[in-house]
Design a protein around this ligand. Structure first.
Ligand SMILES: Cc1cc2nc3c(=O)[nH]c(=O)nc-3n(C[C@H](O)[C@H](O)[C@H](O)COP(=O)(O)OP(=O)(O)OC[C@H]3O[C@@H](n4cnc5c(N)ncnc54)[C@H](O)[C@@H]3O)c2cc1C
Length: 573
């Protein structure tokens, strides 16, 4: 079989906000750039972001306050240089998006309206009703397309060409035909989004399977802070579909079976507007202690009825539709039922502040970059504040795009290392093996077991025994994965094959989550260990870097946090 090789200056994997804003910058600077994406760009998960994007625009607000809230929210694990860069560029990022055509909601004076979000000292989230991500995604796609960026959508990237610290391409196949192609480039950027699908109850799109993380990890590259998975407080009962934090920002109340507004016990000042880690733990605790509501007593109420029809229809129309469709409840008249849902990945592919992927704590790779939710730069540390992630994707996407363009312009820095057909061998072997395997395990069953057990054993509350149990479950699942059989052996739209590849990726990165969580014997941000309930700055004010060997074993190292003007303090709300 002969494998076509196509050549570009830069190849970007992912067409969400991070990938699109990078691609547009590169094209504007006259580089030949291709975006590969397994979905149509407008179906990227960025389009599901409802609530908002942070920027300190108001007179009483400031960049320092935005930084402070972000760092305190992160439980002091965020790198303060990266936070400073993002927060100081946030106002400009909003104006940039607006000039390109993003229509933000307005206040009575005609200024960009801003709503309250958890853990913020000031209403700071700019929004377009409750369709903020979609508005921004449409704008960015339009603008990237207008610049003439090349797109190949419904292409699945399954491997990278990487040797001795240098990346020179990716291997991908056309989902329509299974045609395998090598994309050879001087620079590769990953912008593949989050990995919430490793959990049963989650708010994420089906595509959020963390492919890039495992693709890089299989080449010996590290993953950072994987134990920090954010559980959003308000997922719809049963499914985990998101009720944006905007619902609490607009005044939503959380009520238990006794009719108590229970957040007054856990966060007397901020109540429902405490940060997500704290609210999720409070909800879960109420349920565990028997004060849950709903058929299985595994939810609490989110009550918005006091807001009235006008506010709900003007500011939360999408949320109302979702609750009507999936619960049959009209939030104008009735409280709806919610529980915590796996939502966001703070950890990911470690990058330095320019977007270069790290090889280890001291060295970066060449020609390899990442931005957005798949990366860890780390602006969110141990817990992300609502409305900081769309900002991260949009700002760092653009910033990394600019940096790649600069690196491409440097003489003798990024040169094309010519690829040859043998570079596709790994990817072809993996695909052939899945197509030909005749075992007796089904992908859907293994995935269900993975998701259910991750939610149970590595969820909101963790303890050594549950994590050790999960480690064993993952080892067994990986063994059974070697024995799968898919029914569809054809080359046309083979979704069985894609789901099998995705499951392989999920099993690999899930191991990093569990190993990182076992080793981190403290509670910080979203990582809560019942057996170590306190934060331990002496031993754990540091980032985890995990490396996987050929047998799937994980080795952990630690990397210093970049501190700055905000000294670690006890975190109260
Ligand atoms: C329901 C929901 C609501 C949210 N609301 C908010 C909010 O209000 N405010 C906020 O700040 N944050 C919010 N977030 C988080 C935020 O939306 C995301 O973190 C951010 O949009 C991620 O952008 P991204 O560009 O990194 O990735 P995504 O938008 O997820 O895009 C990933 C891209 O990678 C591609 N891809 C992945 N794997 C492959 C592969 N193997 N081959 C080819 N292509 C691949 C996909 O096709 C896709 O184009 C929300 C998240 C969810 C799930």
């Amino acid at each position: 079989m002969s494998i076509p090789i196509r050549t570009y200056d830069a190849v970007i994997v992912g067409a969400g906000l991070a990938g699109l804003s990078a691609a547009r910058e590169l094209k504007k600077r006259n580089h030949k750039v291709l975006v590969l994406t397994k979905l149509h760009p407008l179906r990227s998960h960025s389009g599901a972001a409802q609530g908002g994007i942070n920027a300190s625009l108001a007179e009483k607000d400031s960049i320092d306050l935005h930084m402070f809230d972000t760092i305190k929210g992160s439980d002091y694990l965020a790198d303060q240089d990266a936070v400073e860069l993002m927060c100081s560029k946030a106002p400009e990022t909003i104006r940039w998006a607006e000039r390109m055509g993003a229509a933000f909601s307005r206040d009575d004076e005609g200024k960009i309206a801003q709503r309250n979000f958890g853990g913020q000292s000031h209403p700071r989230a700019c929004f377009a009703k409750d369709r903020t991500g979609l508005t921004l995604l449409q704008t960015m796609f339009e603008q990237a397309d207008r610049e003439g960026v090349d797109f190949l959508d419904e292409w699945y990237v399954s491997d990278i060409i990487y040797k001795d610290g240098v990346a020179s391409g990716v291997v991908a196949y056309d989902i329509r035909t299974l045609e395998i192609v090598i994309f050879n480039a001087k620079a590769i950027m990953f912008a593949t989004g989050g990995y919430g699908r490793a959990f049963k109850i989650n708010s994420n799109a089906h595509a959020n399977t963390g492919d890039a993380l495992s693709i890089l990890a299989r080449h010996g590259l590290p993953l950072e802070d994987m134990e920090f998975v954010q559980f959003h407080p308000t997922g719809l009962a049963g499914s985990g579909i998101l009720m944006s934090e905007a619902a609490r920002g607009e005044g939503g109340k959380l009520i238990n079976s006794k009719g108590e507004r229970f957040m007054s016990k856990y966060a007397p000042e901020k109540l429902e507007l405490a940060p997500r880690d704290l609210v999720s733990r409070s909800i879960t605790k109420e349920i565990l202690e028997g004060r849950g509501v709903g058929k299985n007593k595994d939810c609490v109420y989110l009550d918005l009825t006091h807001l009235g029809e006008k506010v709900i229809m003007e500011r939360l129309p999408e949320l109302r539709d979702l609750a009507l469709t999936f619960l049959g409840l009209d939030m104008i008249k009735d409280p709806i039922v919610i529980a915590a849902t796996a939502h966001y990945s703070m950890g990911g592919i470690p990058v330095d502040i320019t977007g270069k992927v790290r090889m280890n704590a001291n060295q970066t790779t060449k020609g390899l970059y990442a931005a957005g939710e798949c990366s860890c730069v780390s602006v969110h540390g141990a817990n992300r504040l609502g409305a900081n992630s769309v900002l991260e994707a949009l700002f760092f996407g653009r910033h990394v795009g600019e940096n790649i363009a600069k690196d491409l312009d440097k003489e003798n820095y990024l040169e094309l290392i010519e690829a040859n057909e043998s570079d596709a061998k790994n990817a072809i072997d993996e695909i052939e093996k899945i197509l030909q395997n005749n075992g007796d395990e089904k992908v859907a069953n293994l995935r269900e077991e993975l998701q259910v057990s991750m939610t149970e054993n590595a969820g909101v509350f963790r303890i050594k025994e549950s994590l050790e149990k999960q480690k064993k479950i993952l080892q067994q699942l990986k063994k059974r994965y070697q024995n799968i059989r898919i029914e569809d052996k054809s080359k046309v739209y083979n979704t069985d094959l894609q789901e099998a590849l995705e499951l392989g990726h999920m099993l690999d990165f899930a191991t990093f989550i569990v190993e990182g969580a076992i080793a981190r014997e403290e509670s910080r941000g979203a990582h809560h260990r019942d057996d170590f309930p306190q934060r331990d700055d002496d031993n754990f004010l540091k980032h985890t870097l995990g490396y996987m060997d050929k047998d799937g074993n994980i080795k952990l190292e630690y990397m210093d946090v970049v501190l700055g003007k905000f000294e670690p303090q006890p975190r109260t709300y």
